[in-house]
Design a protein around this ligand. Structure first.
Ligand SMILES: *Cc1c(COP(=O)(O)O)cnc(C)c1O
Length: 303
């Protein structure tokens, strides 16, 4: 085994990850689904605590930089799947971790924050105004000066090194799919899929927040060298915006659980499957196409 493969295997074992995650056939009783072959990439099953695509984004960093990580700082909201996954990894790997959280939850910690506290995360609550500076170079320089040995990771784990970790989502199953469908928030997941797939396959992102044009720009930033778009973002299934929901979406999530024994949450995967149902009905896919829908996890956020 190569050193890189060894390091990966060691880390997967240490964190008790189930990799590669299973790919399962999905046969919904939905209009337009008859001539389409649908598979689900179950990244929600990688680990009971670490959320699917957030682990993927962190994996390369933890493998390559593990020996040099003496302190990690990162950002997120009170329900953040990213902070949750990172907090668990830091606990398992004995890396001191500081979470900078938007808003003050001292009096009403969320289940996510209670987990972080139990894992000895150092929590810093900041105002919404300070949190807005999280991508600002001057602010980040200052933070780095205060913590010279810390590795600062952006919100959602969405940095350049995250893209190759995401790509493994597609390559590890060694099967070919015509279309791969993922949710889009920061765009890193869609970019990773678009980079990994062969040029005549399509990556479809379902926008989980309002941002026609804005989200496309985010994905392009992660793909500076890629010419020819083999990806696109479908808008219109935001249900009001990020972390917003609608009665129809809530009903749909329940339907997925009772009818198909698949747990989805309303922030990411619920919106993806809701959109899939509508796109099938609209005849969006060509007959005979093989679809891979990625379940990116995130079920902890729905607690
Ligand atoms: C963060 C997250 C996403 C969004 O991924 P991006 O790379 O930010 O577009 C999708 N699904 C889940 C479960 C997430 O936690």
């Amino acid at each position: 085994m190569s050193t890189a493969k060894n390091a990966t295997a060691n880390l997967n074992q240490l964190l008790e990850l189930q990799l590669p995650s299973p790919v399962q056939r999905f046969r919904p009783d939905w209009e337009g689904a008859d001539n389409i072959e649908i598979w689900i990439k179950r990244d929600d099953l990688i680990h009971p605590i670490i959320s699917g695509n957030k682990w993927r984004k962190l994996s390369q960093l933890l493998i390559r930089e593990k020996e040099n990580l003496s302190h990690i700082i990162s950002f997120g909201g009170g329900y953040s799947n990213h902070l949750h996954a990172l907090g668990w990894c830091c606990k398992k790997l004995s890396i001191p971790f500081t979470a900078i959280i938007r808003g003050n939850y001292t009096k009403n910690p969320t289940p996510m924050i209670e987990d972080l506290l139990a894992w000895n995360t150092s929590i810093q609550y900041v105002s919404k105004i300070e949190y807005k500076q999280r991508h600002n170079a001057e602010y980040l320089n200052h933070l780095q000066q205060l913590h010279p040995t810390a590795r600062i990771i952006p919100e959602g784990g969405s940095e350049a090194s995250a893209i190759s970790g995401i790509s493994e989502m597609l390559t590890e199953s060694q099967q070919n799919f015509d279309v791969c469908i993922v949710p889009v928030a920061s765009g890193a997941t869609l970019a990773g899929i678009a980079r990994a797939q062969s040029p005549n396959n399509q990556a479809i992102g379902i926008a989980v927040l309002n941002g026609v044009g804005y989200l496309e720009g985010l994905v392009e930033q992660f793909l500076p060298c890629q010419s020819g778009a083999n990806w696109q973002i479908v808008h219109g299934f935001e249900h009001g915006g990020y972390a917003k929901s609608s009665p129809a979406l809530v009903r749909f999530c329940e339907h997925m659980s009772t009818q198909y024994k698949l747990t989805v949450e309303p922030v990411y995967s619920g919106k993806v499957f809701y959109a899939l149902k509508q796109l099938l009905k609209d005849g969006f896919f060509a007959p005979g196409q093989r679809l891979l829908v990625v379940h990116t996890g995130g079920l902890q956020g729905a607690r």
